[in-house]
Design a protein around this ligand. Structure first.
Ligand code: FES
Length: 107
């Protein structure tokens, strides 16, 4: 059975913002950044693949998060790197909404 981890409640994450979900909760290698962008929720490994900045502190717009340190950009949907100086994708995780709960399914 796939593990679904309650990570937040609807309303916890304003549009265009993110929260940090600690690895102690998710059981993943990295902490997870949980984003809301226009009513959709996305989850990526929190650590930028360039120099370890926290993507949960990044700028979120149009399905993209921009790293707060050197402005590398990643697709919120699949974690693909979109612009330098980052050159390596970050892991993306499935997000489900069940009632008021936002659930992460670690990949
Ligand atoms: Fe994210 Fe450099 S730490 S682009």
């Amino acid at each position: 059975m796939v593990e679904r981890i309650p990570a937040a409640k609807l309303g916890d994450i304003p549009d265009g913002e993110a929260i940090l979900v600690p690895r102690s909760l998710t059981g993943t290698i990295d902490d997870i950044a949980l984003f809301q962008d226009g009513g959709e929720y996305f989850a990526l490994d929190n650590t930028c693949s360039h120099e370890l900045a926290s993507l949960s502190e990044g700028w979120i717009e149009d399905g993209v998060v921009e790293c707060p340190l050197h402005t590398g950009r990643f697709c919120l949907r699949d974690g693909k790197v979109l612009s330098a100086p980052a050159d390596t994708d970050v892991a993306a995780h499935t997000v489900e909404v069940d009632g008021d709960d936002i659930l992460i399914v670690p990949n």
